[in-house]
Design a protein around this ligand. Sequence first.
Ligand code: ZN
Length: 879
Amino acid sequence: MRTNQPQTIYLSDYQAPAYFVDQVDLRFELFEDGARVHSKLALRRNPEASVGAPLELNGDSLTLESLTLDGEALPASRYQNEGDKLVVPGVPAKFELAVVTWIEPQKNTRLEGLYKSSGMFCTQCEAEGFRCITYYPDRPDVMARFRTRVEADKSAYPILLSNGNPVEQGDLDDGRHFVTWEDPFPKPAYLFALVAGDLLEKKDTFTTCSGRNIDLRMYVEPRNSEKCDYAMDALKRSMRWDEEVYGREYDLDIFMIVAVDDFNMGAMENKGLNIFNSSCVLASQDTATDAAFQRIEAIVAHEYFHNWSGNRVTCRDWFQLSLKEGFTVFRDSQFSADMGSPTVKRIEDVTLLRTAQFAEDAGPMAHPIRPASYMEITNFYTLTIYEKGAEVVRMLHNLLGSEMFRKGSDLYFERHDGQAVTTDDFVRAMEDASGRDLNQFRLWYEQAGTPIVTVVDDYDESDGIYRLTIKQSIPDTPGQTHKKPQHIPFAMGLLNRAGEPLPLNLSAEEQNGPQDRVLELTESEHCVEFHGLSERPVPSLLRDFSAPVRVQYSWTREQLLFLMSHDPDGFNRWDAGQRLAVDVIQSLLGAPDDAPIEPRLVDAYRQLLNNVSLDQALVAKMLLLPSEAYLVELSEQADVPAIHAARERVLKHLAHALRDELLTCYQRNLDHGDYRLSPEAIARRSLRNIALAWLLHIDDEQALALASEQVENADNMTDRLGALRAMVNSRFETQRNQALTAFYQRFSDDPQVVELWFSVQASSDRAGQLPQIQQLLQHPAFDWKNPNKVRSVVGAFAGQNLSAFHSPDGTGYQFLAEQVCRLDDSNPQIAARLVSPLTRWKKFAPHHREQMKAALERIRDKDELSRDVYEVVHKSLAD
Ligand SMILES: [Zn+2]
């Protein structure tokens, strides 16, 4: 549907459905030119609805072939077909409606509803894709039992899948066959799924805690046969973990995962039949990086965990999206922390949050984790809903403690099993189980924006008291001003001069207080006193990032250096290093080329490189300088070339000064045995690739030889790609081009590796200037219809290659505007996501700002703009 003035939908307008669906019987006839969908709905009027209430069904891009009510064909005069809505007045309290529609999955480039991807039929129904399949009350609070029969040509589509358990199959005339699936659990239509194709089946089993045997199945294209083991294993680990940590057992007899190349999202938790973007599930040592393996483990877990947090208990309406996403992201991050290093996982989550979610929270699309309105729901699959939503659940966990939190989640699942509920129901279950008053805490769901927590300290030598004055404020966001203080769990500790933790005594009487405390901030200002201190302590604030807030405190460089090497909280150790590096880089912005660089920074990094007793995974994280995107986020009026230049200066300075240590680090971390995915082995690869990257940044000949050897002979993709990336970012143009060509030739038949190859170039300021990006778009492996390819070139350029994208002549912005307009016609959901780097134009220095705005206006003026892009562009340009 396209319109010039999309409607805004408000949470306050919510009304329960007038009719419920008890049972859905579907029959799909799949053909090469389209599909016929026969749907039979057993409907029942909501006792709360008025007797004359008309039946309203959603529909999108459908051809209606027939409509029958209780066996009687309805003439066109008995209903109104309003394009996106089918309205049938005068229906009885209980009836059966049969609908036949014709759809064309082959022409579906939006990838919503039923579509074809590399020869197979597949679906994506969240949020509102089911209405592209048949007329239906397509809203999550209508939960029904589904029985689905799929019919297709047997040789072209030997595998026919849908939700639930298979109950019947057989052959039909003309070489066709069918399979019928029955899902005993009522579900909203967004969890419906169908797959038909010529796929290879990988089998495994899992025995649940109560002793039931579950068939596990993965379906992939035959060429991907060797890339399934890791995901299958991750699935079994997830199933076990959810039993042990949340007491949740799987409920159907079969659990299936299908890999699809063309997919708008990462993966989808359809009941019993999860559909994955190939890049989020397929992996082998030769083709996937360590980061990809970790992402796959997290996403497989995430989708599996949805079976309870999302499917058994679902959302009442789409304003409640964070009910399932925030909770499930929190669950998958707990799982990843348990599988690897909790500190490193926390650093990764917070890096994403602080770089991208904080930016969203401060921009024109800022919204609470439970928004009050939207135009297009697919625009609200945001970092705020997911990542900040998870942080809010994490805070509940911090406030209640694990035991009470588990009592709360048990109560939530028990109380609401089979229901469509709200975020408030979730908080109420936590409240009822723990006996805590969470009224003020609920503001996290209503108020947008990142709270700022300002800390001022004062030490009184005469009475040994250390005082903290802690203030909180929340910036204004579109449509919200004068916000109320929120309930913030603020974890902290104090260290003495020797780096030892001190007891936190809150009164003169208290003697041996704990060395860690979670202060609960509820007022706009608190004053906290710590007693019995014989020297001025160094504060360690917001340990483990206990709340999604910005902390402002005037750290001295001495304090940061001290915390970097002494804080017992691993997260804060890392954070102190980041703050120090940010401070040094910011002090060089606009400074003359010969302005001195803080000498203690080199010492600190030297210590890190030589430190073999500290967790090496943490060391690897600590060695990474803050990204340009994070530095932009921290700026008032970002001047991208200046940020780029200052960061480059620091990086090169460190690399020159630490050349010998970097070479030693590289050699020390070489692997000689078999490839392993243990945290230690991952840390080793990470360290040696960082060393290589730094050394090639200063065009070191010896490092070039090491990288050339590694890119050619590595036995895994992490090392191969690490070396390639380092070479691409060097000045050795001939060797870089040779390596890129050889890499492509080696992997040209593997679309996922080709995506890596695209993005390594598109995200590099050396290899990814605009003319080179234009060339990548002409490359035979590039495909506009494949969202992964678009993301790996256009997305990587605009999102990661900041200095090229923000080039002073504005050509990067105009380029992005062109690509958005081009994609808007075929895949508006992806087009709307791509606009994002332009939306924060007000944040940039004047020379960027005007040209970014002009690019947005160019998109705004396109004919027939989709609702998706319309919403993002208009909100970005609003005052
Ligand atoms: Zn999810």
